[in-house]
Design a protein around this ligand. Structure first.
Ligand SMILES: Cc1cc2nc3c(=O)[nH]c(=O)nc-3n(C[C@H](O)[C@H](O)[C@H](O)COP(=O)(O)OP(=O)(O)OC[C@H]3O[C@@H](n4cnc5c(N)ncnc54)[C@H](O)[C@@H]3O)c2cc1C
Length: 601
């Protein structure tokens, strides 16, 4: 309740501030004040929908809630299928109304669009964008469906669903349009908007022997992640996914197809690189740089539990010192988790180091924690393997690994698998979520005590996750420079880590038979997350936050997501989408609209 009231007041206050800052010409320019709903007189008549359906080859659909069949017939085959697959991210993504998370306490509930178009190509996208604009509809775009903030679903809307556009093409020597003679040809990969990262990893790494910087979760959509900035396990080596973008094709609100790259429409190109999904137009394809594949990817895992608070505080000091000296470099990413039960869970990965280097690197730390009388250690291990098999689920299975879970459906591609570590998130109902970037200056000797104290204090309230791969300080200078040349908050390149504090519970989709969510307990959990984040904000008072993994109720989203880049993003938004056809919660320009995106001003 408190969170909702808070949100309303922010929306109202934020709007006044921004509108008054706009030049008067721009304030007057847009005529669109509201979007129509199915209950409104202006809603397109059936014949118009039929015409659209013809234009898009019969791909206009009426999406139904994921568990609609369970409400109709609890024991029916369709309900059984939905229930069987509700923890399968690929199945969820294959449903027009599917969302990877099943909602967020006091924030949003999955709600299908009134209509969706399963677009097959750019021409379909143009047709739907024009239809939405001409009929003044609330438009939504969905790719992988992994928006935590619920920005790819909205009731009473028309959905552009890119799932069926998923071709992936490799290039030996790609030159962006208009960049001929200005940039050297580069090896690259082009993906259509509906492709998921596993599709690229399969083509680029498993089959192609190269590397592309994408996301960690295999079923995240390529277009959604690149527009978020986007981090994968090895981003400390290569920068954000957006930093690797060479070109995008975008259908803008006027229905025009625009190529965006460093030489053609460079402002749109920059905005698409981290300016947030669903705000600029429909990205129909993206081309990303590929890199030489490091020979090895590695890992360090384990669980260390301290027998007292003091011992845990000391363990944090030890780890921070070990990290600063040995891991704060392009090789090491992913995370550690610090919990109220005085446990440090280690789940780190590396690129470019062989088994021997890794074993030698970690031995001193492992020896110390194993021999400490006030710590218990379990399943501690570090090593490396040939990188080409990292995303190769068939190979992994042949070696007895259970690190990846295959899509069990009979017609699923063999490469479609998700990390077992991501399983808990599939279908999760979010209680609360927050993230903040901590500057690398906190690793300096004279600051490290403050850092240790704050991490310890935060972990008293809730488990915190330190995602080192999501802070780009410590990366190679080219990766830092390429990330700086994106719309993501520049704080990302000064940060050694993104701390994520989040929690939720098992799926709570509408229509799913389950006991009601215990909202009191969930709100208490949300409060603990707020308290933990507050401890960390004491040492990083103006910390930025990652647009895609952040608090739905973030009061300062413009500053925290984009920092000094926000005014430039606003002006690019006005140029390409003056009528706000592309609206998402806390997207650039969304402060001009009501929370549901239907009413302006
Ligand atoms: C389980 C899980 C794991 C995650 N793991 C990571 C991770 O490892 N690294 C990381 O950086 N992030 C991660 N994220 C966050 C994720 O990257 C973002 O939520 C991303 O935007 C999702 O893209 P999508 O296409 O899958 O989702 P969608 O919900 O389909 O889209 C997300 C946003 O992008 C817009 N969008 C999608 N496609 C297009 C398009 N073609 N044109 C224009 N707008 C479009 C949508 O309108 C929406 O606003 C994760 C999220 C979840 C739920």
């Amino acid at each position: 309740m408190r969170r909702r009231t808070f949100l309303k007041s922010i929306a109202a206050g934020g709007l006044k501030t921004i509108v008054s800052r706009l030049p008067s010409g721009l304030q007057a320019r847009s005529a669109i004040r509201s979007r129509v709903r199915p209950s409104d007189l202006g809603w397109p008549r059936t014949d118009r929908w039929e015409k659209l359906n013809q234009v898009v080859g019969g791909n206009l659909i009426k999406p139904r809630p994921l568990f609609a069949t369970c409400q109709e017939e609890q024991n029916g085959a369709a309900c059984a299928e939905a229930t069987r697959n509700m923890r399968n991210p690929f199945y969820i993504g294959d449903q027009p109304a599917g969302t990877e998370v099943s909602g967020w306490l006091d924030a949003w509930t999955p709600a299908p669009s009134e209509y969706a178009v399963r677009v097959r190509n750019t021409a379909d996208v143009i047709a739907v964008v024009n239809f939405a604009r001409e009929n003044n509809l609330r438009l939504v775009v969905k790719g992988g469906g992994h928006s935590y903030l619920g920005t790819s679903n909205a009731p009473d809307s028309l959905l552009i669903w890119t799932r069926a556009m998923n071709r992936v093409i490799l290039h030996d020597a790609f030159v962006a349009k208009g960049c001929e003679g200005q940039f050297a040809p580069a090896p690259a990969v082009t993906a259509e908007a509906g492709a998921m990262w596993i599709d690229l990893y399969d083509a680029v790494t498993t089959r192609g022997g190269r590397y592309v910087q994408g996301g960690g979760c295999t079923s995240v959509g390529v277009a959604g992640l690149v527009q978020s900035g986007g981090f994968g396990s090895f981003s400390k080596g290569f920068g954000t996914a957006a930093a690797g973008l060479l070109e995008a094709e975008v259908v803008t609100a006027d229905g025009r197809v625009r190529v965006a790259n460093a030489c053609t429409n460079p402002d749109l190109f920059w905005a698409v690189k981290g300016g947030g999904g669903g705000s600029w137009g429909v990205v129909t394809r993206l081309t990303l740089r590929t890199h030489d594949l490091p020979e090895f990817f590695g890992w360090a895992e384990g669980k260390i539990t301290a027998k007292s608070n003091d011992a845990f505080r000391q363990l944090i000091t030890r780890f921070v010192a070990f990290y600063t000296e040995n891991l704060f470099n392009p090789h090491w990413g992913e995370q550690i988790r610090l919990g109220p039960d005085n446990t440090l869970e280690l789940s780190m990965v590396s690129q470019g180091l062989d088994d021997d280097q890794i074993t030698r690197l970690w031995r001193p730390f492992f020896d110390v924690v194993k021999s400490a009388g006030d710590l218990t250690v379990s399943a501690i291990d570090a090593g490396a393997a040939h990188s080409r098999h990292w995303w190769d689920v068939v190979y992994r299975k042949s070696k007895g690994s259970d690190a990846m879970i295959s899509d069990p459906r009979p017609d699923a591609p063999a490469s479609h698998a998700w990390w077992s570590g991501d399983q808990d998130q599939v279908g999760a109902f979010i209680h609360a979520y927050d993230s903040l970037w901590l500057p690398a200056s906190l690793l300096r000797r004279k600051e490290s005590d403050r850092l240790g104290d704050a991490l310890f204090a935060a972990s008293r309230h809730h488990r915190i996750e330190l995602h080192f791969n999501k802070g780009i300080a410590g990366a190679p200078s080219e990766a830092v420079a390429a990330t700086r040349d994106t719309a993501t908050n520049p704080a990302v390149t000064d940060a050694f880590v993104l701390v994520i504090i989040a929690d939720g519970e098992r799926p709570a989709d509408p229509g799913l038979a389950r006991p009601a969510v215990d909202t009191n307990a969930a709100r208490k959990n949300a409060q603990q997350i707020d308290l933990a984040a507050a401890e960390l904000r004491k040492i990083a008072p103006n910390a930025g936050s990652y647009v895609s993994e952040s608090d739905f109720f973030n009061a300062e989203w413009q500053r925290t997501y984009w920092g000094a880049n926000y005014p430039k993003l606003r002006s690019i938004k006005r140029k390409y989408d003056p009528d706000g056809l592309f609206f998402v919660h806390h997207g650039v320009g969304s402060e001009e609209w009501s929370a549901d995106g239907f009413t302006r001003g």
